[in-house]
Design a protein around this ligand. Structure first.
Ligand SMILES: NC(=O)c1ccc[n+]([C@@H]2O[C@H](COP(=O)([O-])OP(=O)(O)OC[C@H]3O[C@@H](n4cnc5c(N)ncnc54)[C@H](O)[C@@H]3O)[C@@H](O)[C@H]2O)c1
Length: 263
């Protein structure tokens, strides 16, 4: 029960990684605000978690929704100890074919949304001089993946925002860290990733597999807990070794057996 008595807001918690984080937080004793713009799915997730959860419909890129989210969380639980900025959208479009509209939409949700919710929540955390913020970034914000101009730029922005918030909020007793997931098995990656994308990840990730949402949730529990109290401004990659990898063989150099295909 590493989060016993804490109250957490998890954005984009209706499904995927956010849902796994909300479930893990509740298991560790936290009360959880399941925030999502998909109200029905958020309610379902909150019901599954039980009485420790409150579903709130909010679009993180809309100011009124963000203030409503904070108001509802405070009205129900009295304080906010933890914020996980997980809500985000993906996009895979070649740079030369990208539109201004798509670029701005991705940045508005992934980066501006993270800024808006963090600022609103940090102001309340500052009042009681403690809190933890965990930002979900991405390996796509660290590497120049094909088709990732908008998404990658938005997530690189999240990592820099993570550092500035950590520096400025340290005096207010607030820790700010990020998790950069590699490819994770969620509805989005299952439907959006083509066979070619899957094969490429199996070739490029040293562990030769996608991660599970629960593996991101484990890292989020740690960063939100007291165990991480002297860690701030850090990005923890949870990526099966993707960032660390240099030269990788698509086969076992000793046996010539092809790697990754079986998974
Ligand atoms: N799945 C991956 O491989 C992967 C890899 C790296 C990073 N990430 C990041 O992890 C986070 C979660 O990804 P996922 O795969 O679980 O996605 P997902 O689409 O399964 O879940 C995202 C949730 O966020 C909600 N959401 C989207 N925009 C929102 C908004 N404006 N306001 C409120 N809620 C909103 C959606 O309704 C959805 O429930 C995202 O930030 C994503 O960029 C995912």
């Amino acid at each position: 029960m590493r989060l016993n008595g804490k109250t957490a807001i998890v954005t984009g918690a209706a499904r995927g990684i956010g849902r796994a984080i909300a479930v893990a937080f509740a298991r560790e004793g936290a009360q959880v605000v399941v925030c999502d713009r998909d109200e029905e799915a958020a309610k379902l997730t909150a019901e599954e978690i039980g009485s420790a959860a409150l579903a709130v419909r909010a679009d993180i890129s809309v100011d009124e929704d963000v203030s409503g989210l904070v108001d509802q969380a405070l009205a129900r639980f009295g304080k906010i100890d933890i914020l996980v900025n997980n809500a985000g959208i993906g996009a895979t479009t070649l740079f030369l074919e990208s539109s201004r509209e798509e670029f701005e939409r991705v940045v508005r949700i992934n980066l501006t949304g993270t800024f808006l919710v963090s600022q609103a929540v940090a102001r309340t955390m500052a009042e009681h001089k403690s809190g933890s913020i965990v930002n979900i970034a991405s390996l796509s914000g660290q590497k120049g993946g094909v088709g990732r101009s908008a998404y990658g730029a938005s997530k690189a922005g999240v990592e820099l925002l993570n550092k500035v918030m950590a520096v400025e909020l340290a005096d207010h007793g607030i820790n700010v860290n990020a998790i950069a997931p590699g490819p994770i098995l969620t509805e989005v990656s299952r439907t959006m990733h083509t066979i070619e994308t899957r094969e490429a990840y199996h070739r490029l990730v040293p562990q030769r597999r996608y991660g599970e949402p629960e593996e991101i949730a484990d890292a989020a529990v740690f960063l939100a807990s007291e165990e991480a109290r002297y860690i701030t401004g850090h990005t923890l990659n949870v990526d099966g070794g993707f960032l660390a990898a240099g030269l990788l063989f698509p086969f076992d150099p000793k046996t010539s057996k092809k790697l990754g295909d079986e998974r």
